[in-house]
Design a protein around this ligand. Sequence first.
Ligand code: 5AD
Ligand code: SF4
Length: 476
Amino acid sequence: MIDLQLADKKHDEERQGEALVVDAPLIRNGRKLYIESYGCQMNFADSEIVASILLDQGFETTGNYKEADVVFINTCSIRENAEQRVRNRLSQFGVEKRRNPKLIVGVLGCMAERLKSKFLEEEKLVDVVVGPDAYRELPALLSEVESGQKAINVLLSREETYADISPVRLSGNGITAFISIMRGCDNMCSFCVVPFTRGRERSRDPYSILAEANDLFKRGYKEVTLLGQNVDSYKWKGKDAIEEAETEVNFAQLLEKVAVISPDLRIRFSTSHPKDITDEVLYTIAKHDNICNYIHLPIQSGSSRILELMNRTYTREWYINRIDTIRQIIPGCAISSDIIAGFCTETEEEHQETLSMMDYVGYDFAFTFSYSERPGTLAARKLADDIPEEVKKRRLAEILLKQQQTSLYRLQQFVGKTMKILVEGTSKKSDQDFCGRNDQNAMVVFPLTAGVKAGEYVNVYIDRCTSATLLGTVVS
Ligand code: 5AD
Ligand code: SF4
């Protein structure tokens, strides 16, 4: 069995530069791969596919790029600062490459797709550029590099889902894992580069998803998060695995199929789109105790005019209706959001609408961003990025402050209650404490307790909280 190392996964839309390692495969070629990932959870899941492909070639992984033969950086383009971080990191790899000219440096993911061959021109140290749909070609591309050429494959695909590749679980705790259920996005939100870097939306065969979830559960995993840019538009058509009849599976049906694997396997999913989340999905969540009561439902802006400019295809009223329906069908469901401050032409009143929407929903958590124009997007082509930086900053700070207050309020509602927690391991801050999440995805920290192990469910009485964490003790 593969032994998993490395840090806790952060619940963060834009994770930065985590190296992923795994114990050696059975047959080695003596070469070492270092892979570092930036950005969304999909990117981290992709790195596990990449590692799987190279482990099959006999590579082993290392957590130290200075001892690697191949260094991959799996990149994010979502905002300009994400790209800047990657460029800074590449210059550090450049220092290593001057010391060891044989080192192969590869750029994967969204920046590779966005910049294509420009990357090879701009960053001389880069040997290979590979887009998100071309990872199967990595062994061939590495051979090209070894024969002295630069190599590139940034072809996007309408079919590739890597369904048959079993990802090696690189950065996990052996208890929670991500499963990609679809790739790409067809939404064309005007601010977003993702449809250009990850291509058209396609859904993965549900049988391979179920096989992966079953396998994880058999190996002791207790929680899976189903991943896609827009999980509610998951739709697969094909032959039924048993009766060979033509069937269709939507997201609610997929959720149900994963949920019945075992009541001891928790299911989470991300990201939902307000225009696509159906009542059928909400009823499915309500029906199964092991589908967590937590929905990430990005609003982006509270103003209908801005939402239209963003091409989000819903209004403030539509969003409010979705929230009301969630609260009615799944009482106590936690809701989180993504919010962008200072989108093109946003007025002060429209910014206030975002704040009032936050009051209305009372998000448990929100990822907040200041608008960053991305080349090639609809907004970059059609709208002026006309909100001054200092105004964006101030609006973002107001959004952040409101969210901190709301998050604290939400956590305070759990104090005095006992809840079921999946123990994920020892807390990052103290090896005398365990950490785990409740159903609503709040992080809970509690003292190590005799007889309790990572991977088990325990009941924890919450006696206090900080602004981000619940604190308590195990009760029998
Ligand atoms: N500027 C700022 N934030 C953005 N996001 C996507 N594109 C941009 C951009 N150009 C945010 C959205 C999305 C999250 C993943 O990143 O809020 O939901
Ligand atoms: Fe980008 Fe919109 Fe697709 Fe999300 S739904 S990835 S924000 S285009």
